[in-house]
Design a protein around this ligand. Structure first.
Ligand code: SAH
Ligand code: DHB
Ligand code: MG
Length: 218
């Protein structure tokens, strides 16, 4: 019942003020039609990523976990004409779909999707990036945090998706590597004085989860 209400409000807000355009919606539909899992961020979350990247004037964005490029399109739209986005994706099928969706959205020139295990791709990247969106395998979040910090500058922003997981983040004894990954991310953030962070719990079309936002201060 609560989920029905969260979803209805999300749909109302999406139509009223989020207003995803055709290219964004087409990317979502074609990814689903190609059999990819329904795990992209919601339209409201995609718009928040777009707004955050735009508010901080991001010129270089790094995304980890592309899927069909849905969040990538939202983020790339926030870039100035000479800005760029790199997105890392393990599954070549997902990367291929993302490249098609990005081309259809007119963003092929600003975005590069690199195929492979993020941990193997990250060492070859040159920073600094202004904005990071981290949304790949959750057991990798602590390592992705360390890499993002290495590839950042004072003022860089990081956003991590799926950090509440229906409240299961509280379960310190969880045998789920996803939960342990998020908990170790929180430990790493707590131990890093250069990073100021918060997590906002979210409800909506994607259920009950959360976004972690972090600022690198020095
Ligand atoms: N950010 C996307 C959703 C990403 S889903 C959106 O909101 O639209 C998570 C993606 O991470 C999947 O496509 C999965 O294949 C990819 N992934 C999982 N493990 C990975 C790894 N080790 N390196 C790179 N990508 C990975
Ligand atoms: C899953 C991954 C995500 O990034 C997400 O937003 C929702 C679900 C998953 O792997 O189940
Ligand atoms: Mg996610």
């Amino acid at each position: 019942m609560e989920q029905d209400k969260w979803k209805a409000v999300d749909l109302y807000l999406t139509e009223k003020i989020v207003r995803p355009d055709n290219a964004v919606s087409a990317a979502y539909r074609s990814s689903l039609a190609a059999g990819m899992p329904d795990i992209a961020v919601s339209a409201a979350e995609g718009k928040l990523l777009y707004l955050m990247a735009r508010m901080m004037g991001a010129r270089r964005i790094l995304e980890i976990g592309t899927l069909g490029g849905y969040s990538t399109i939202w983020l790339a739209r926030a870039l100035p004409p000479d800005g760029s986005l790199i997105s890392l994706e393990y599954d070549p099928k997902h990367a291929g779909m993302a490249r098609t969706n990005l081309a259809n959205a007119g963003l092929a020139e600003r975005v590069e999707v690199l195929t492979g295990n993020a941990l193997e791709l990250l060492p070859a990247l040159k920073g600094p990036f202004d904005f990071f969106f981290i949304d790949a395998n959750k057991d990798g979040y602590p390592e992705y945090f360390r890499w993002a910090l290495r590839l950042s500058r004072p003022g860089s922003v990081m956003v991590f998706d799926n950090v509440v997981r229906g409240g299961r983040v509280l379960d310190a004894a969880s045998s789920d590597s996803l939960i342990q990954g998020v908990r170790r991310l929180n430990d790493a953030i707590a131990a890093e004085p250069r990073v100021h962070a918060t997590t906002i719990q979210t409800v909506g079309i994607k259920g009950y989860d959360g976004f972690c936002a972090a600022l690198v201060t020095e």
